[in-house]
Design a binder for this molecule. Structure first.
Ligand code: CP
Length: 307
């Protein structure tokens, strides 16, 4: 725990396997607060600065719920345009960071620009947690996804994951392979329309991390072999793309392993049929609950609280 105190969580690449296991072990200890709808007081003196420059339902509310479950309080704005960094002043992140650190003890930030939380963290002396930056990364989403998978499968090592969606702009599809690469013998199969496949910079990084990463041409190619299907939206404003090959339906899941699980970070559009909702495959309504648990664990660790 000592090694976590005051750390930023900006990219999954900054976390070792041991770090991820420590986050999961801390999350296990705090889970009862969410499942029993309780609060404790381990962060009663702490304030979260909830700095969301982009819209969010899950990430923002779960960070805020996590802080409140641990006895802390939350400050932030309703909309970024009500802040000076989001209005016509366009106050810099450097100035905003040097100001807001006097008001809060930890920051959760979402921003449309790649690297914005990193820039903020350069100037703030308090821990900064990335809640999604541009098209770059969404590290806490990947952590809660892995935690959801681990709870179900009992392990991460050796798992095969099929990721479906827009590999260019869907930031969690960059963080999730980074996270899986920290474990032994994991494989990622990637299905995306031409033009939305994984950018080279990420593929190069996966290679450096020795991740088994493979692009597939259709769901049928691998659906029989995978343990996890990770479904994401294929951009909805592109009418030139046929979406059906990327759509997860109950009918298609009949060819999958009987114990396959389906995750989706949500919100969903038409990439995930509602006929999967009430089936044993569905884990996408487990992910939001795990999101609060993981974010409680991160706050406890970076703020050095005894759990
Ligand atoms: N999964 C996720 O990041 O959802 P929000 O955009 O609602 O935070």
């Amino acid at each position: 725990v000592a090694s976590f105190k005051n750390r930023d969580v900006l990219s999954i690449l900054d976390l070792s396997r041991k770090d991820i296991e420590c986050i999961f072990a801390t999350a296990d200890k705090l889970e009862y607060l969410v499942t029993k709808r309780k609060r404790n007081t381990i962060l009663k003196d702490k304030i979260l600065g909830s700095l969301f420059f982009q819209s969010s339902t899950r990430t923002r509310l779960s960070f805020e719920s996590a802080m409140q479950r641990l006895g802390g309080t939350v400050i932030g704005w309703a909309e970024a345009k009500q802040s000076r960094a989001g209005d016509s002043y366009q106050e810099t992140l450097a100035d905003t960071a040097r100001v807001v650190q006097s008001y809060a003890d930890v920051i959760a930030m979402r921003h449309p620009n790649n690297g914005a939380p990193e820039e903020f963290a350069k100037w703030a002396e308090i821990p900064v947690i990335n809640g999604g930056d541009g098209t770059n990364e969404h590290p806490t989403q990947a952590l809660l996804d892995l935690y959801t998978i681990k709870k179900d499968k009992g392990r991460i090592d050796g798992l095969k994951v099929l990721m479906i969606g827009d590999m260019v702009t869907e930031r969690v599809l960059h963080s999730l392979p980074y996270a899986l690469a920290k474990f032994e013998d994991t494989s990622v199969y990637s299905l995306a329309p031409k033009g939305l496949r994984m950018p080279k910079e990420y593929r190069d990084e996966f290679r450096k991390l020795n991740l088994h990463y493979e692009e597939v041409e259709s769901m049928e190619d691998v659906i029989k072999d995978v343990d996890v299907i990770y479904s994401c939206t294929v951009v909805h404003n592109r009418h030139d793309i046929t979406k059906e090959p990327y759509r997860v339906t109950l009918k298609k899941l009949k060819s999958a392993r009987s114990d396959v699980i389906v995750l989706n970070p949500l919100p969903r559009l038409d990439e995930l049929a509602e006929d999967v909702d009430d089936t044993p495959y569905q884990r996408y309504f487990h992910q939001p609950l795990n999101g609060v648990i993981i974010r409680m664990a991160l706050f406890a660790l970076v703020l050095g609280a005894k759990v």
